[in-house]
Design a protein around this ligand. Structure first.
Ligand code: FAD
Length: 320
């Protein structure tokens, strides 16, 4: 079996979810290759070797500088054909979802999306996918090759077994229609501190905060703990906090060492995005809130009183 992992990068860093998918693929025992596509991306091959890639294909061309999907589909389609690749894996992102869908259409291949796991069973590749609003997991497979799979962000942790990958250049040949789109502008969200995908600590706020202005309570605790801020869909939908911070079924899956949930009821759709956290602490005034059923530590009380005190204690302990 020959597996290829799409290694998405921002600037000069391969994204952690891509490295996590690469390590997972390498752990299945077959030879795994990665592919980096962009301009001036040769420096990104080393990290792929450390995460288990035996080979890294490099498509390095100024035409690939903008993160547009169709030129990436061209490169991947060419690799699948020339290298007899039978499985292509992606970590979900806006770009990866576009590329995976484009590649499925181009190759007439089956794409299983939103997977949270993958394994070899009786010589067959089987994916695991949440269904019925994440209340059950179903096994999914492919009836033909190439098999394409898009994994939910946060499904795996990148492991670093070490090693180095053989690097192979790809001659880039783009289709005319793939160069028709041009990136005019790329906006970057201004942010400070770690993102929720990378943070070891997440302090998340829900509707119990009472209003967008009270997110400062959550932000201050997150800052004191050196963590990132998360949010529930209820507050994102209400416009209190940006979608990029939404944790859950229709947001991000996260697995920090510590997850502090403030004024969050613990709906199943939120739970699926954070249940893999190391230690879960919940602050909620309702002792019957579902979140207490899967918290390691529960504090029953008004978050407006508890959170500022907790922030002060953390600051005092850290001596700042
Ligand atoms: C298809 C689908 C997908 C969804 N995807 C997601 C998703 O990705 N992420 C997500 O989060 N949700 C998702 N939801 C929504 C989910 O079902 C819940 O509605 C949502 O998570 C509730 O958010 P919440 O906990 O902030 O609000 P609520 O459920 O309203 O809970 C607020 C909590 O705050 C407590 N509280 C109130 N005041 C205080 C106080 N002063 N001090 C302490 N505690 C207080 C209350 O006791 C309550 O438990 C989805 C729903 C559907 C149907």
């Amino acid at each position: 079996m020959s597996t290829l992992v799409f290694l998405e990068h921002h600037g000069d860093e391969v994204l952690k979810p891509s490295l996590a998918v690469l390590s997972k693929a390498a752990s299945l025992g077959d030879e795994v290759s990665g592919v980096v596509i962009g301009s001036n991306v040769r420096g990104l091959t080393e990290i792929a070797g450390k995460h288990g890639a035996a080979k890294v294909y490099v498509a390095d061309d100024p035409q690939l500088e903008a993160p547009l999907p169709q030129p990436r589909v061209d490169v991947l389609a060419q690799l699948v054909r020339d290298q007899d690749v039978d499985t292509v894996l992606f970590a979900n992102s806006v770009l990866a979802a576009d590329v995976a869908a484009g590649l499925a259409a181009r190759l007439d291949a089956g794409l299983n999306w939103d997977l949270v796991d993958i394994a070899q069973q009786d010589g067959k590749l089987v994916g695991k996918r949440p269904a019925l609003q994440d209340s059950v997991y179903v096994d999914v497979g492919w009836t033909s090759t190439p098999r394409l799979a898009l994994f939910r962000s946060g499904s795996f942790d990148p492991s670093e077994p070490g090693g180095s990958a053989q690097v192979e250049d790809v001659q880039v040949a783009l289709e005319d229609f793939s160069t028709a789109a041009r990136m005019v502008d790329q906006a970057h969200e201004e942010s400070s501190g770690p993102s929720i995908e990378d943070a070891d600590v997440i302090v998340a706020g829900g509707r119990g905060l009472g209003g967008p202005e009270n997110f400062t309570l959550v932000e201050e605790l997150a800052k004191a703990l050196g963590g990132a801020v998360g949010a529930t869909r209820a507050v994102v939908d209400a416009g209190w906090y940006p979608y990029a911070t939404q944790v859950g079924q229709t947001g991000k899956s996260v697995a920090p060492k510590l997850y502090v949930a403030c004024g969050i009821s613990g709906a199943i759709q939120h739970k699926v995005g954070m249940q893999s956290s190391g230690v879960i602490v919940a602050i909620n005034k309702d002792p019957n809130a579902p979140i207490f059923e899967f918290s390691d530590l529960g504090v029953v009380g008004d978050l407006h009183e508890i959170v500022p005190k907790l922030t002060e204690l953390v600051k005092a302990r850290k001596g700042s």
